[in-house]
Design a protein around this ligand. Structure first.
Ligand SMILES: [Zn+2]
Length: 240
């Protein structure tokens, strides 16, 4: 089949423009780690480290999708050609299915972060398992596949859910470093300083941020610049 020259020229131009947009002046994504669907657990806050080299970080965002702030986060990531993993709350997935799918369609990966963000340790075993079941169902309804990964609300793990996740071959994703981004008054300068200090302490690892937090969404271009200026490399997580 012959492709009309004008269309061909437009296709070539688009490809070239994208490649140029993700040049060395951008943060970019240096490599992807594809994890098996098995009941592993990562993040030195509670578990073993991912196989990362010094200077490699994984970007993760919790508590979305948020109609106000997740699009800002997606824009900032896209502007820097950086890929991240979003740990979404089941109820938010159900409320914002198109936005949830947009996150993944833009090349990011997604896991779940409970259904209603409870303090799991305060719930009975049945209540914990029910919350997990509801969040897995919300994910499957919207994405058509089982969630590959789970992050505990408040990083508060319970034996009941650790066993259930292992039995379901769902990766437990803890963290290595954070920027404590839940204070509404946080400025971009404060968050950038916290990221800078956390990076100096940890040197590599899984970074916890919150795409549902306004100050984080506003600060993200500056936070990505901190990573770029300090020479960090972004590693993207995917699952088989
Ligand atoms: Zn959370």
């Amino acid at each position: 089949m012959r492709v009309p020259a004008l269309i061909l020229a437009a296709m070539v131009a688009t490809t070239t423009a994208n490649a140029a947009d993700c040049g060395p002046d951008k943060l970019n994504t240096s490599r992807t780690i594809t994890l098996k669907r098995e009941g592993a657990a990562y993040g030195t806050n509670q578990h073993s480290a991912l196989p990362l080299k010094k200077g490699e970080v994984v970007l993760t965002f919790d508590d979305g999708p948020s109609p106000e702030y997740t699009p800002m986060v997606l824009k900032a990531l896209s502007d820097q050609c950086a890929k991240a993993t979003f740990f979404m709350i089941g109820q938010h997935i159900a409320q914002q299915p198109d936005l949830a799918r947009r996150v993944v369609s833009e090349g990011h990966s997604a896991g779940i972060h409970s259904n209603t963000h409870p303090h799991m340790a305060a719930l009975s075993a049945d209540q914990q398992l029910n919350d997990l079941q509801l969040s897995r169902a919300a994910y499957k309804t919207v994405f058509g596949v089982e969630t590959p990964a789970y992050r505990f609300p408040f990083l508060e793990e319970t034996p009941t859910l650790l066993k259930a996740l292992k039995d379901a071959n769902i990766t437990v994703a803890s963290i290595d470093l954070a920027i404590n981004d839940w204070i509404p008054e946080d400025t971009t300068a404060i968050l950038a300083q916290r990221l800078n200090d956390s990076l100096d302490k940890a040197g590599s690892g899984i970074i916890l941020m919150h795409d549902a937090n306004g100050p984080t969404a506003k600060a993200l271009p500056a936070l990505l610049k901190v990573l770029k200026d300090k020479g960090y490399n972004i590693v993207h997580l995917e699952w088989q």
